[in-house]
Structure formats: C-alpha cells, structure tokens
Design a protein around this ligand. Sequence first.
Ligand code: ZN
Length: 273
Amino acid sequence: MPEGPEIRRAADHVADCIVGRVADGVWFAFEHLKPFERRLSGVEVCAVETRGKAMLTRFASGLLIYSHNQLYGRWYCCSAGERPDIQRQLRLAIHNRKSSALLYSASDIDVLHESELASHPFLSRLGPDVLDPTTEQALLLARLADRRFRNRQIGGLLTDQGFVAGLGNYLRCEILFVVGLHPRLRPAQLTDPQRIQLTEAMLHLPRQSYETGGITNDLVRAHELITVGADFEAARFWVFRREGLPCYRCGAPIVKQVLGGQPTYLCLQCQGD
Ligand SMILES: [Zn+2]
C-alpha cells in the first residue's frame, strides 16, 4: 500500500493538473455520487491535500472529494481528451480545459462538505500526520507517553493511523532500524534519549522520502549505490526488502520476520532480538 510520502507526491501531481482551474466536468463511477457531478462541475478546484493516506480534493463551493487509494487505487493525469493505456476501472474523473485527473480502481470515494470533515469516520480517528509541517516532535513525544499508546509494541503502533497518520510498512521498518529499536519494544520501556531519537526519525524519514522520491537510506550511500549501477529499489532502503543482505551498519544479514501480521525487516544485531 502506498504510504504517506507516495500519496503526497500523487497529490502534488494531481494538484498541478487541476488546482486553480475550473472543473468543466466531474464524473463518478458510483451511482450514489452521481448527483454531485453537476454540483461540482463549473466550480474551481482550490487545493489537493492529504491526511495520512487519504486525499482531499477541495472545491471553491466548500464541497470536497475524499478518496483513499487503499491497495489498488491510482491517479493518472492526462491532457484533455486522453486516457492512459491501462486495464483498470475508472472511478473518478475531474476534467478541465487543459487536462484530466483520473482515479482508477479506488473504491473508497466520497463527497463531503467542509463541515463534515471533523465527524468523518476515517478522518476523525487519524493521529497527527507526520508529513504535516505543523506536526512537531513534542506532540509525538506526548503521544508516546499517552496511556492509550505507551504499552503497545512500537512495531504495530507506528502503522496504526490513529497513533500517527502516514506511516506504512516500509517507513516503520526503516524508522526502527535507524534508531536501533526492536519492534517488540513498548514506548514505556524506552529511555528518554531513545524516545527523542524515535520521534526525530518518525518526522525525518517520511519527509526525506517525500522529498527524494522514496529514499529512506542514507542519501550519500543511496546516490553512491545508484552511481555504481544499483537500481533505485535496491538503493533506497536501509533494511526493507533486504533480507539476507548485509546490514549497512554492522554487516550482519538483514532478517525478515512476520510480526503482528506484517512482514518486518530488521537487523537483529543492531536492533536486538
Ligand atoms: Zn546491523
């Protein structure tokens, strides 16, 4: 599933295509949303925002389209009248005179009014978004200390969108490796310096990934690897999908374990077992 940085980059791409322009036509595949086609057509799109892994396309009238890509949803932007050559089902189209933003395969789409955001069943349960510039370290430290979270295993906690929004499996594995923590540890067991390092990494790695197109590895190393011929997927991570390969810090083989139902990549030497 795409994680916060990937959704944010998709949102940037969609924004380039439709923000600041009047939507000449809006089309929904789902019958219950058809009545909104006319209400959204002829209205300017003012912003495309993200909340964790959800996207909000705001219209000047106060209505907004909520979409969540889940596993398969994917946005495409095309010149007006064009379509991508793909075998997927179109679910939402927003057209203007120059271009079209097209959402394929997503099943979680809704139209809301601004006033309904606070009570939306998914959005209202989201924790602070790690990619939101207003999310500060002090807030994450407070959440680690909160009684709802402090005795949970951090491996599962990091991908709980109610704890913080925007982290998925690759960011979880990378954050825990960078700070040298085993996923079974609980916030209450950590020292203050460990909590500080963890919350720094929770903000830094997603933001680096967003800015670099997906690199969580040390940037100098990643660029060196790519320079000597490694492909991007092989160079971008510290541990994720690197089972059997040597740890960049200690040389021990990275292992893959299933913890809490999620494949987890870690270095037992650096993170303990
Ligand atoms: Zn190691």
